[in-house]
Design a protein around this ligand. Structure first.
Ligand SMILES: Cc1cc2nc3c(=O)[nH]c(=O)nc-3n(C[C@H](O)[C@H](O)[C@H](O)COP(=O)(O)O)c2cc1C
Ligand SMILES: Nc1ncnc2c1ncn2[C@@H]1O[C@H](COP(=O)(O)OP(=O)(O)OP(=O)(O)O)[C@@H](O)[C@H]1O
Length: 416
């Protein structure tokens, strides 16, 4: 794995409320932020204490029994009354639908928030989370993620398919100890919200004590909410602010979801894994195919592509399937079977090496490790079979050297 560098070192933390110290954006292993059991406990408390707050829909609300709503206190250390925070009454001046201001709960855990679109999570995001976690530990608060749904680029144009679905991101959160985010519905109208109003309303619903974003992050009307604005706003309201330097690979590639989407679509899944910190993957139901593969000695699991999720570039990949409690080497074909079909539809077919069981109807996890070659139209079945043997050999080699990457996932499905 190549070393990652922040574009500029230091000065990550601007402490408007002078609560913090300087930090840098380090490129630690993503495994360092694992710890699922802690997530469970913290999340429960966060859910309880944000329950009932509107008008932005808090997805988790639905999981909280009515009897527990409003049961939250002011935070672990009994802070709250004494906080050097803006008064909630101030930010309730302009409620936008939802509950009347008087019904907003007074309580709520103080929380440090990371804000952004978050199409899954990459190494740049992990640097934010690490920062938020450190700030929260110092201030004895919680931390969380504030995001938008659908993805802003989907609403404003440009994004057709995401890197990761809702199911995928839930899987990632379990593995990397990321709390369930607050999701704000994103519409064209919402996109033109003044940055100040957005933050005022966020603070009316959450007891925000600090904000962590990338330095390049822009939000609100005409992208006018930038680092300068955040510095002013946080100073005015006594909030802690961390503007994180942009994480950049040492060959100059900026870590961003857009870049990773381009890489996956171009078939460069090994590069994508470097930016993500783990292999790009999908969960997909196995459906029946034409049963030609079995006759050739290479049965394949045909996996239904998800239209909301992008499909990797056509070609043959070395990958790994999590099935039956272990990772198995998987030779994957993404293509239209040009040897047999004239205008076939795009299929994702996986030959799980050394596996003879039945996968129909299952929904296994499939990780893409490296593209081996492009899709080829062979002159016949025999030449394709020769190539398949070579593909399987190479897949096993790549699978062998990719074990550290696969071990990043420590919280895997117990059934599929
Ligand atoms: C590792 C692998 C590589 C493949 N490469 C090609 C290829 O280069 N050209 C092609 O036409 N089909 C390729 N295929 C697709 C096979 O033609 C396909 O799996 C076979 O027709 C079986 O299809 P079925 O599952 O619908 O029966 C490949 C399949 C696998 C598993
Ligand atoms: N490479 C990075 N280094 C540090 N922070 C980052 C990096 N990439 C994104 N962030 C920050 O993470 C938060 C969420 O990022 P977001 O998903 O909106 O950006 P992104 O990954 O660049 O996505 P896209 O390419 O779709 O714009 C934002 O605050 C953003 O500034």
């Amino acid at each position: 794995m190549r070393r990652l560098l922040p574009r500029r070192r230091g000065a990550a933390l601007q402490s408007a409320g002078s609560r913090g110290r300087s930090g840098t954006c380090r490129a630690d292993s993503v495994r360092r932020i694992a710890g699922f059991p802690v997530l469970q406990l913290r999340r429960q408390r966060f859910l309880r204490e944000t329950a009932g707050q509107r008008p932005w829909r808090v997805r988790e609300l639905h999981a909280v029994p009515q009897s527990r709503r409003g049961a939250g206190g002011r935070g672990r250390d009994g802070r709250g009354e004494g906080l050097s925070l803006p008064r909630r009454a101030e930010s309730r001046k302009r409620p936008r639908g939802g509950l009347p201001a008087s019904q907003h709960p007074q309580g709520g855990t103080p929380v440090i928030v990371c804000i952004g679109a978050f199409d899954g999570y990459h190494r740049g995001h992990f640097s934010l989370f690490r920062q938020a976690r450190e700030m929260a530990a110092r201030a004895h608060t919680e931390w969380n993620v504030v995001t938008f749904s659908p993805h802003p680029r989907y609403v404003l144009g440009g994004l057709k398919a995401r890197l990761f679905t809702r199911e995928d991101t839930a899987f990632l959160r379990r593995n990397f100890d990321i709390p369930e985010p607050l999701e704000i519905p994103f519409t064209r109208e919402f996109a033109s919200t003044e940055p100040r109003l957005f933050l005022d309303e966020l603070r009316a619903r959450l007891d925000v004590t600090g904000i962590v974003v990338g330095r390049e992050f822009r939000f609100g009307r005409e992208r006018s909410g930038d680092g300068e604005f955040l510095l002013r706003y946080c100073a005015e309201h006594g909030l802690e602010l961390a503007l994180m330097p942009q994480l950049v690979m040492d060959d100059g590639i900026v870590v961003s979801s857009t870049r990773i989407r381009d890489m996956v679509q171009a078939g460069n899944v090994d590069q994508a894994a470097e930016l993500l910190g783990y292999p790009w993957f999908l969960f997909s139901r196995v459906v029946s195919g034409d049963r030609r593969g079995r006759a050739m000695g290479y049965p394949t699991a045909n996996m239904l592509p998800d239209e909301k999720k992008l499909t990797p570039g056509e070609g043959v990949y070395a990958g790994a399937m999590w099935h039956g409690g272990c990772w198995r080497p998987a030779a994957i074909s993404v293509g239209r079977n040009p040897t047999f079909l004239v205008q076939g539809s795009l299929r994702i077919e996986t030959h799980v090496i050394g596996f003879h069981g039945d996968l129909y109807g299952r929904r296994p996890l499939l990780a893409f490790l490296k593209r081996l070659r492009l899709m080829t139209r062979f002159s016949g079945r025999m030449s394709l079979m020769k190539q398949l043997a070579l593909d399987c050999e190479e897949t096993q080699r790549v699978f062998g050297v990719s074990q550290p990457l696969l071990k990043v996932f420590h919280c895997l499905p117990s059934f599929d």
